[in-house]
Write a protein that binds this ligand. Structure first.
Ligand SMILES: Nc1ncnc2c1ncn2[C@@H]1O[C@H](COP(=O)(O)OP(=O)(O)O)[C@@H](O)[C@H]1O
Ligand SMILES: [Mg+2]
Length: 444
């Protein structure tokens, strides 16, 4: 279970690397044809009525799921535990979106997992048309529904259980935009509706859901970044106005919130790219700067040092900075694929565990040995201690994060360290049992 994350940036690129299946389908009798590209690890989708426009489908696999506003027809189907989003759009756009989603995932950007692309959907012979004439339907892009994701309406509505999350939501959006810009992605339509939000160690993490207008470049110019930010601000203000018009009480001033988003973006971008000058006897500042970026969640591949009169100047090119620092580190050590803040939290706990182990051993314990033991004896044991019927309520890494918080509360109240087993028992009895089911398909 722990190694089978529901949806984590980068995970399918690791397990099902680039192998795509191609199927040529033929619906018997009607002569309908289509072509399907599918990434491995998903159902074959061959039982769906591809010869019909998506809007007109009547099928037992169709399910209703809370969702954002869209231009295109978007519908959802269920295959066992998994839900998939189907979006009908012109072939050229669908092909581009298919490619971009896969590419972003490879770059460890949180993004919905692309599953398949259906093109060339002929409907059979056109009545009254010349012999052999076929009408062609638009393409359908299939992505895996992101489990545990929260509709932004709910997060913004004051008084709901996640109410007052506007601050975390803004941070998540800004963080996503900065990460995208670091890898050279111009979104062109950053908005709340094109983003999904998910709990990430108490904060929110934002996922890209719609890349139809996106472009991937080797690097973005300042002009491209500014343009993207302006669009994001306009979309955000517009969406907040729409929510108010629909009677959703979010208590936010649309324009001021959009400005605040831009301010936060510029602050984070500045922290990432600022140059640092230091004296000849302050060479440790290079290391310090790298750590500062790691703490922000970025891995640094290369630093550029310029020697000048009286000292050095340290420059960082965004091209050599990669998002997902904690995700990568945790994955390398444990195989766990989780979100960025969760990974940071888990790594902290792993470090604490290693210190504890080392206290009882003269030889010291390597990081990888400690990681192996921590995975089975701490992480997996904690997740397994939660009764099966309650497990679907939180993602494993989020559950673990909450157990850690709970342990801290209990220990503080008791005035001494409370063990993991007692913590889990108390957590299940008091917190988890009262927790409402997560939004999304499970709730509908
Ligand atoms: N994989 C997915 N997981 C969860 N929700 C999704 C997924 N794909 C689409 N949605 C929902 O459907 C809405 C519309 O999808 P989107 O790709 O933005 O369509 P459009 O291009 O028409 O704007 C999104 O706002 C989101 O709520
Ligand atoms: Mg959209």
């Amino acid at each position: 279970m722990a190694r089978d994350p529901e949806r984590v940036p980068g995970h399918h690129s690791l397990w099902a690397v680039d192998r795509e299946l191609e199927a040529l389908g033929r619906t018997s009798g009607r002569g309908a044809t289509f072509q399907m590209m599918r990434r491995v690890g998903h159902p074959d989708f061959l039982d769906l009525p591809w010869q019909l426009a998506l809007e007109s489908w009547r099928h037992d696999r169709l399910v209703d799921v809370p969702r954002g506003i869209s231009r295109h027809v978007v519908r959802f189907v269920r295959y066992g535990e998994a839900i998939y989003a189907l979006k009908e759009l012109p072939t050229r756009l669908a092909e581009r979106e298919y490619r971009l989603l896969a590419e972003l995932d490879r770059l460890l950007i949180p993004v919905v997992e692309v599953a398949a692309l259906v093109t060339g959907r002929g409907t059979g012979r056109v009545a009254g048309g010349p012999r052999g004439a076929r009408s062609e339907l638009e393409a359908v892009l299939i992505t895996r529904h992101l489990g545990f994701s929260l509709p932004y309406r709910r997060a913004l509505q004051t008084g709901s259980e996640l109410g007052g999350s506007a601050d975390r939501l803004l941070d998540a959006l800004v963080n996503l935009l900065v990460r995208l810009h670091v890898v050279g992605f111009f979104w062109g339509d950053c908005s709340l509706s094109n983003t999904l939000f998910r709990l990430d160690a108490g904060d929110l993490a934002a996922y890209v859901v719609d890349t139809e207008t996106g472009e991937l470049h080797p690097q973005l110019s300042d002009g491209q970044r500014s343009h993207d930010l302006v669009v994001a601000g306009e979309n955000l203000a517009g969406e907040l106005l729409d929510l108010s018009a629909e009677g959703v009480d979010h208590g936010l001033d649309p324009l001021a919130t959009a400005e605040e988003m831009e301010r936060r973006y510029r602050r984070l971008w500045g922290e990432l790219t600022q140059e640092v000058s230091f004296a000849p006897d302050q060479r440790y500042r290079v290391e310090e700067r790298v750590r500062q970026l790691n703490a922000l969640g970025f891995a640094v591949e290369e630093v550029e040092v310029l020697a000048e009169e009286g000292g050095y100047r340290l420059r960082l090119n965004p091209r050599v900075v990669d998002p997902g620092y904690h995700v990568r580190t945790l994955q390398a050590l444990t195989g766990l694929a989780v979100q960025e803040n969760q990974a940071r939290r888990l790594l902290d706990d792993l470090a604490r565990y290693r210190t504890e182990l080392e206290r009882g051993s003269a030889a010291g314990i390597s990081e990888s040995a400690a990681a192996r033991r921590w995975l089975t004896e701490v992480f997996e044991r904690t997740v397994a201690a939660v009764p099966r019927r309650l497990r679907g309520r939180l993602e494993p890494a989020e559950l673990f994060h909450q157990v850690l918080d709970h342990r801290w509360y209990l220990s503080e109240a008791a005035g001494h360290d409370v063990g993991l087993d007692d913590t889990v028992a108390s957590f299940v009895a008091t917190v988890l049992s009262g927790e409402t089911r997560p939004p999304g398909p499970a709730a509908s």
